[in-house]
Design a binder for this molecule. Structure first.
Ligand SMILES: Nc1ncnc2c1ncn2[C@@H]1O[C@H](COP(=O)(O)OP(=O)(O)O)[C@@H](O)[C@H]1O
Ligand SMILES: [Mg+2]
Length: 231
């Protein structure tokens, strides 16, 4: 599903920062991978490269066997929108739009009518338990509701891949646990491949595998057994 071959991302000239340093990894369809590591170890860089917001300095990234660097801009944008949902730590909701408008935005950008977009957005809001919040604006929502809105937006195309950058980082632990259960439910319903960046060991336990990064490299890999995932 996702393959990285010797991927590096350097920043700056002069004193270069190796945000990612020759990383190779494969994530299978339907796998849930937790990405852990200290601040500055390259976790967000990894997600940004996979979703195409950033480009590697070296190496190859393939999504479903397709090298995304070889696509033209339009095709890459469409692939990103339809195949990869991204949830940012700070939600990145548009403050002047309502919940349903925020969630339908990717559909509108793809040229789908307002009516059709809102029907699909409302169905997604129901899935994430926000059916009563469709006409609220972000500042009228709690942190957990904003994160649900961001997740609903990321999932509006029912993408095979969901990338989530510390999705529970700004939430209290009970709300964070609700979000993790929501991700579990979505995974079981749609077989979504999930990359979850987290500092939280409890959150990582919702995954099948944990990769620990340090200085832009994978320093440890741990496979969680099913009993642990279920338990
Ligand atoms: N746009 C950028 N310009 C320069 N350096 C950057 C940029 N983005 C990230 N970095 C550097 O790359 C390294 C990895 O950053 P990041 O992937 O954000 O780490 P993490 O998400 O694990 O905290 C850090 O040293 C960071 O300062
Ligand atoms: Mg980060």
């Amino acid at each position: 599903m996702i393959e990285l071959e010797n991927v590096s991302r350097d920043y700056g000239d002069g004193k270069v920062v190796h945000a990612l340093n020759n990383v190779s990894l494969r994530v299978a369809r339907g796998e849930r991978l937790a990405v852990m590591g200290p601040s500055g170890s390259g976790k967000s860089t990894l997600l940004n490269l996979i979703c195409g917001l950033d480009e590697p300095t070296a190496g190859v990234i393939k999504i479903d066997g397709v090298n995304i660097a070889l696509l033209d801009d339009d095709t890459r944008t469409r692939l990103r929108r339809e195949k990869i949902g991204m949830v940012f730590q700070t939600f990145n909701l548009l403050p002047t739009l309502t919940t349903v408008e925020n969630v339908s935005l990717p559909l509108r950008l793809q040229g789908i009518s307002r009516k059709e977009s809102e029907i699909r957005a409302n169905a997604m809001l129901e899935k994430v338990g926000l059916e009563g919040r469709a006409t609220h604006r972000p500042d009228q929502l709690s942190g957990g509701e904003r994160q649900r809105t961001a997740i609903a937006r990321a999932l509006i195309f029912v993408p095979p891949v969901l990338l989530a950058d510390e999705p529970t980082g700004n939430l209290d632990s009970a709300t964070g646990e609700d979000i993790l259960i929501l991700l579990d439910d979505l995974h079981f319903e749609f077989d979504t491949t999930i990359l979850l960046v987290t500092h939280n060991v409890e959150a990582a336990r919702h995954c099948d595998r944990i990769l620990r990064f340090r200085d832009g490299m994978v320093v440890q890999e741990e496979r969680l057994n099913l009993a642990q995932v279920m338990g």
